[in-house]
Design a protein around this ligand. Structure first.
Ligand code: 5GP
Length: 191
């Protein structure tokens, strides 16, 4: 997606060899027009899949997920990282190790919002080791619903998540793919 690549080149900040900071348009300040285009792009890439729900994880997945949901006219659910005061048997719970915070969170989704007849598209901002995406997929599987696919805004292809998700049989669509962040430079995967 050229618009997104251009934005990453213009505003992305490389932190070490592993982390890309994009807090001017995705992770802190958000660019609504870019989010709208991202929503449209995901809808095109998963066309014909009869999606009934979008699932993401708070907080940075919410913007691309809500724009995709708006485009499809379906609800969007975000998994919570902090337990609310709900009874354990009302929620699906999975453990997810956070790449950026280096801690394990329990993520939760209310059983009210996901059912066995749902076709769920998972959306997230970044893909690194795949922990968040696998955790979300396990939540969908707990509910008995179907994972239609996984849509990622920025995939870091030099980390193992993409390969692991594909090997597990998930349809993965990443809007930009980064081959390397070495030498303070963003290098995209050639397509
Ligand atoms: P994974 O679960 O695939 O290991 O990592 C993905 C999650 O970690 C995403 O939800 C995202 O919030 C965060 N993350 C991973 N890598 C980066 C990165 O390079 N930059 C930013 N801003 N977030 C990242």
């Amino acid at each position: 997606m050229k618009l997104l690549k251009d934005k990453v080149m213009a505003e992305g900040i490389v932190l070490g060899d592993q982390v890309l900071k994009v807090d001017s348009f995705l992770n802190h300040q958000m660019d609504p027009n870019l989010m709208k285009e991202i929503g449209r792009e995901f809808v095109q890439r998963f066309e014909g899949q009869k999606i009934t729900k979008i699932l993401t994880i708070e907080s940075s997945g919410i913007a691309p997920a809500i724009m995709t949901a708006l485009e499809l006219n379906v609800p969007m659910i975000f998994a919570r990282k902090n337990k609310s005061l709900t009874l354990k048997n009302d929620i699906f719970v999975e453990k997810v190790y956070s790449f950026t915070k280096r801690e394990t969170n329990e993520i939760t989704v209310s059983k009210k919002f996901m059912h066995s007849n749902d076709n769920v598209l998972i959306i997230d901002d970044f893909l690194a080791n795949g922990e968040a995406a696998f955790g979300l997929a396990r939540i969908v599987q707990q509910s008995g619903a179907n994972v239609v696919g996984i849509g990622i805004v920025i995939e870091k292809s030099f980390q193992p998540g993409a390969k692991l998700l594909q090997e597990a049989g998930f349809k993965l669509e990443s809007l930009v793919k980064i081959a390397s962040l070495e030498n303070n430079t963003v290098t995209f995967v050639e397509e």
